[in-house]
Design a protein around this ligand. Structure first.
Ligand SMILES: Cc1cc2nc3c(=O)[nH]c(=O)nc-3n(C[C@H](O)[C@H](O)[C@H](O)COP(=O)(O)O)c2cc1C
Length: 403
C-alpha cells in the first residue's frame, strides 16, 4: 500500500493511553500521521509524546497564531486522506452528529471530505444510552465508519461493551478504508439484499438475505476508486460512503434497474438474493382472513422470475460479470453447474447451511470458481475481507484479459 496521510483526532477518554501504539502501527505501515487533540484529550495523553512519535506538531487550537496565512482546520481537513477519531468519546460522537465546530477537532471533522473512521470508547451505560445509539446510527447513515468497541472489563470498573478496539484492529480497518485506487476509472454495478414478491397489498414472499455481502462489496469497490452503483433490494443497511444507490423491491424491479444501468457498468457483481419465483397474481387489496377461512385456505401459484444473471451474461460484451451462488448442499458442484449454465467470469459460492456464514451474519466463508475449473477456498472472514478477496480476483481477471 502506498503511504497515505492520516489525521488522528484524539478525544478525551481514558483509552487515549493506547494512542501512541496506534501511531506506531500506522507509522510502521509507512503512513504519514498527524495528530489533533481536544482539550480533554491532553489530560489523558501527552501532546509531547505524540509529537515525538509523529515528528509533527500536534494541533490543539482552532485559533493557532503560528499558522500564519492559513486556516489550520481547513488545511488539516483537506490534507488528510483519512481521519481516525480514537478514542471517540460519547461527547465527540454527539458533536459530529449535530455538526458542531467550536474546537479544532470538531471543525476538522465537519470540514473534511476524507473518509472518517471512529473508534468509540466509553462506559457501558454511556455506550448503550439511546442518545449515543441514535448518534451512531445517524453517523453510519452519513458514511462514517466505526471500529469496535469490544466488550470486557472497563477502566471505570464496569464490565460490558465500551472498550476501544485494539490499535492493530484500528490500523487494519484504516488499511481497508484507504485501499489503493486500483479500480479508478471502472464503474461497478453491485446488487445486494433480498427481494420481496408481493402476494397482495400488504403481504409478500421474501428471504433472509441481509444485503451485508453486497454492501461490503460496494464499499470496498468505492474505496478502490470505482464509481459504484448499488441496486439494493430488501435491506436495512445504510448506504456506504461514495456509493450511488437505487432501491428496488421485487425481482422484476431489480431486473429493470440492473438492465437499465448495465450500459454504464464495466464490472457487474450480482450479490443479491433474487427470488426464483413470485406469486402469479398480486391481489390489489389485502386478502381478507374471512375469505381464507371460508375457502379453508388458498393456493398460491408461483411463476418463475427472470434470470437476471443469465440476461446480464448474454449482454456482457467486455464487462466482467461476477455471480453468487447460495447453496445448502454440494456447494462446489452446484456452483460449477451454475457458472457453466450462466456464463459469468467468476462465481462466489457460499454454504448457507453454516450458521457463521451466508445470510444475516457479518462473516462469510466462500469458494471462488472460474470457468476454467479453478476453485479457491477462502477461510471464514469478515464480509469486508471476503469483498476485498473477490475484488482482488476481479482485478486479476481484468489484467489477464488485457494481457
Ligand atoms: C477520568 C475520566 C475518564 C473519562 N473517560 C471517558 C471515556 O472513556 N469515554 C467518554 O466518552 N468520555 C470519557 N470521559 C468524559 C469526557 O472526558 C468528557 O465528556 C469530555 O467533555 C470529552 O471531551 P472531548 O470529546 O472534547 O474530548 C472521561 C472523563 C474522565 C474525567
Amino acid at each position: 500500500m502506498e503511504p497515505r496521510r492520516i489525521l488522528l483526532a484524539i478525544t478525551g477518554g481514558i483509552a487515549a493511553y493506547k494512542v501512541p501504539e496506534l501511531v506506531r502501527s500506522l507509522g510502521r505501515a509507512g503512513h504519514d500521521v498527524s495528530c489533533a487533540m481536544t482539550a480533554s484529550a491532553t489530560r489523558f495523553v501527552s501532546p509531547l509524546a505524540l509529537q515525538t512519535l509523529t515528528g509533527a506538531p500536534v494541533r490543539q487550537d482552532l485559533f493557532d497564531p503560528s499558522e500564519e496565512g492559513e486556516i489550520d482546520h481547513i488545511r488539516l481537513a483537506d490534507w488528510a486522506d483519512l481521519v481516525i477519531v480514537a478514542p471517540a468519546t460519547a461527547n465527540v460522537l454527539g458533536r459530529m452528529c449535530h455538526g458542531l465546530a467550536d474546537d479544532l477537532v470538531s471543525a476538522v471533522l465537519l470540514a473534511t471530505r476524507a473518509p472518517i473512521l471512529v473508534a468509540p470508547a466509553m462506559n457501558v451505560n454511556m455506550w448503550s444510552h439511546p442518545a449515543t445509539r441514535a448518534n451512531l446510527e445517524t453517523l453510519a447513515q452519513r458514511g462514517v465508519r466505526r471500529v469496535g468497541p469490544g466488550a470486557g472489563e472497563l477502566a471505570c470498573g464496569w464490565e460490558g461493551e465500551g472498550r476501544m478496539a485494539e490499535p492493530e484492529e484500528i490500523a487494519a480497518e484504516a488499511e481497508l478504508l484507504l485501499g489503493s485506487k486500483t479500480l479508478e476509472g471502472e464503474t461497478v454495478l453491485v446488487t445486494a439484499g433480498g427481494t420481496s414478491e408481493p402476494i397482495d397489498a400488504v403481504r409478500s414472499i421474501t428471504n433472509r438475505s441481509s444485503g451485508k455481502m453486497g454492501f461490503a462489496l460496494a464499499e470496498e469497490a468505492a474505496c478502490r476508486g470505482a464509481r459504484v452503483i448499488l441496486v439494493a433490494g430488501v435491506t436495512a443497511l445504510a448506504t456506504p460512503a461514495g456509493v450511488e444507490r437505487q432501491d428496488v423491491s421485487s425481482a422484476l424491479e431489480m431486473r429493470e434497474a440492473v438492465l437499465g444501468r448495465l450500459e454504464d457498468a464495466s464490472i457487474v457483481i450480482k450479490a443479491a438474493a433474487v427470488a426464483d419465483f413470485r406469486p402469479e397474481v398480486r391481489e390489489e387489496s389485502k386478502i381478507k382472513k374471512e375469505s381464507l377461512e371460508s375457502a379453508s385456505g388458498i393456493t398460491l401459484r408461483l411463476v418463475t422470475n427472470p434470470d437476471i444473471l443469465a440476461e446480464v451474461c448474454a449482454r456482457k460484451g467486455d464487462r466482467l460479470v461476477v455471480g453468487f451462488a447460495a447453496e445448502s448442499e454440494n456447494v462446489v458442484p452446484a456452483a460449477r453447474r451454475k457458472i457453466e449454465r450462466k456464463g459469468c467470469d467468476l462465481m462466489v459460492a457460499n454454504d448457507i447451511s453454516r450458521s457463521d456464514a451466508g445470510f444475516g451474519v457479518d462473516t462469510n466463508a466462500v469458494y471462488l470458481l472460474t470457468p476454467d475449473g479453478e476453485v479457491e477456498e477462502l477461510p471464514l472472514s469478515s464480509k469486508r475481507v471476503v469483498a476485498a478477496h473477490v475484488l482482488d480476483r476481479v482485478e486479476k481477471l481484468r489484467s489477464e484479459r488485457r494481457g
